[in-house]
Design a protein around this ligand. Structure first.
Ligand SMILES: Cc1cc2nc3c(=O)[nH]c(=O)nc-3n(C[C@H](O)[C@H](O)[C@H](O)COP(=O)(O)OP(=O)(O)OC[C@H]3O[C@@H](n4cnc5c(N)ncnc54)[C@H](O)[C@@H]3O)c2cc1C
Length: 389
């Protein structure tokens, strides 16, 4: 096929769809997206697009603001951290600082909030229909003389690409995500109902907690009862929001709590002509709302590298450059997100002002990525690798 690259993207979630868009306009690339589910779809409710995620999206799609608007995206006008008790680990439910706003992330970030399924629909819309292949669950990647062949069937196999890349290179525990030490439970409730229960000021409907012994949370999804919630939030009861939150979280059939898992460390995201991106590469806890942003950044860097190579033999170097550039940033976000979760869950004993100083700057390194210099760095790394080989 001359210098035409055939790129198979395994998984048509937000990461796969972003990557397909980043590659679709490169003349020497043919893209195929293989999704195990019978249709391309997203579970769950909304996803927040941070400033860097929106900037990154605008590098993939010229009309990214239109795409987000078409998906029903709205500015997130408030994302506040509020003290509901004074002193962590005590039974204090009120006091001089209870109700104090520590900071409002949305005030500076101009985050957009968008329904996941709608965003995926809009990311898939510009792609040629013949590039999209649902009902294709990857089960094996086998090297052959022209590169490798990929096999699909209906077996229950997850993260095969991750296993393919890490098999034999690292200890087995790096193959999989593992508990980060938190659980959460979400519910979507009518706005008016939330308002009537929580009052005019508080609206979000997520409760999270620390898993004291994450090793017991091999089962990611466990039933959540009102009693468990009252027990977990015992020191908040009678405060400004705890009772209302318990009522709203339990206002769903069979509420469950989900253990938050993450990739603690990964030695490489690349093996030959196969590479990982998105959550398969760097699953992170949601505390800094950055999973999608990282995936879009991955897509841009891969798109930039593919646009600057012209032969199959250069793919290995391009993936190596991608790995060198992206893995440290993504791991930093994973670690920072876990630490942020510990602060937000009251693991540090600080007053509002101290908390503000500790929390507010934690997002800076995520938001302030200069994508133009990040892309230049990717190409510099590619040239270095090519010169050395
Ligand atoms: C509770 C929660 C809240 C979050 N909030 C935010 C937020 O506000 N902002 C943010 O940026 N991020 C957030 N995230 C993270 C974000 O949702 C993820 O980072 C992002 O959705 C990952 O996209 P992905 O395409 O990499 O993975 P996925 O969405 O998991 O997609 C992978 C796709 O691959 C398919 N697949 C799997 N195995 C195979 C196979 N063998 N063969 C073929 N296909 C396969 C799956 O069916 C799926 O469609 C949150 C995550 C959670 C859990």
């Amino acid at each position: 096929m001359g210098n035409q690259f055939h790129v198979a993207i395994i998984g048509g979630g937000l990461a796969g769809a972003a990557l397909a868009n980043a590659l679709a306009h490169i003349p020497q690339v043919d893209v195929y997206v293989f999704e195990s589910a019978p249709t391309f779809s997203e579970r769950g409710a909304a996803v927040g697009l941070t400033k860097n995620a929106q900037l990154a999206l605008s590098q993939i799609l010229s009309s990214s603001a239109d795409v987000v608007a078409k998906a029903g995206g709205m500015p997130m006008n408030s994302s506040r951290v509020i003290l509901v008790r004074n002193i962590p680990y005590t039974q204090v439910s009120s006091g001089p600082e209870a109700g104090t706003i520590v900071f409002d992330l949305a005030a500076d970030d101009h985050e957009m909030i968008v329904h996941r399924a709608s965003l995926l629909r809009e990311l898939l819309a510009p792609l040629p229909k013949e590039a999209l292949h649902p009902n294709k669950k990857l089960t094996a990647i086998n090297p052959n003389e022209s590169g490798f062949e990929i096999n699909f069937q209906d077996g229950i196999v997850y993260y095969t690409v991750r296993e393919h890349i890490l098999r034999g290179i690292v200890a087995d525990e790096q193959h999989y995500a593992s508990p980060a030490g938190f659980w959460d439970c979400r519910n979507v409730v009518p706005f008016e109902k939330a308002k009537s229960i929580l009052g005019e000021k508080y609206f979000d409907c997520v409760v999270s907690g620390i898993e004291e012994d994450p090793s017991t949370s091999r089962d990611r999804k466990r039933p959540l009862t009102q009693d468990t919630l009252r027990d977990s939030l015992s020191s908040w009861l009678g405060g400004p929001i705890a009772d209302g939150m318990i009522s709203l979280i339990c206002d769903q059939p069979g509420p469950h709590k989900y253990s938050q898992w993450e990739h603690k460390s990964t030695s490489t995201h690349v093996r030959g002509r196969v590479c990982l991106m998105g959550d398969a590469a760097h699953a992170t806890t949601p505390w800094q709302g950055s999973g999608v942003g990282l995936a879009i950044e991955d897509a841009i860097v891969l798109g930039t590298l593919f646009a600057n190579i012209s032969s199959l033999s250069e793919i290995n170097a391009a993936f190596e450059a991608y790995d060198l550039l992206r893995r440290p940033r993504c791991q930093r976000v994973i670690d920072s997100s876990r630490e942020t979760g510990q602060i937000l869950c009251g693991r540090v004993d600080l007053h509002a002002n101290e908390l503000r100083g500790l929390l507010a700057p934690r997002w800076n390194f995520i938001f302030e990525l200069d994508m133009e210099s990040h892309k230049r760095e990717a190409l510099d790394k590619l040239r270095d690798i090519q010169q050395k080989s």
